[in-house]
Design a protein around this ligand. Structure first.
Ligand SMILES: [Zn+2]
Length: 85
């Protein structure tokens, strides 16, 4: 969803990382187990407000990757191969 199409309430919700109910503002939320949907490549978490009983889904997508050790080995190999040309 494009950010300029979001309501102010939804923007506030995203900016606070989903810490409060989008209907009543309560912080008493019950979040379900994350579900990964292979078709959309997104993770869905159902959320219920314990104060007003409204429900919605938080939707997560991949935004960062943090390579640790294997990429370093690969890059070293690549540099050695380039040196031979
Ligand atoms: Zn609520």
């Amino acid at each position: 969803m494009e950010r300029d199409k979001l309501t102010d309430i939804e923007k506030k919700y995203l900016d606070s990382a989903g810490g409060h109910c989008i209907f009543c503002g309560s912080k008493e939320l019950d979040k379900g187990s994350p579900f990964f949907d292979e078709e959309t490549n997104k993770v869905y978490v159902s959320v219920m407000c314990l104060s007003c009983a409204e429900e919605w889904s938080d939707i997560f997508s991949l935004t960062e990757v943090n390579p640790v050790t294997k990429l370093i080995e690969y890059k070293t190999k690549e540099v050695e191969e380039d040196g031979e040309n």
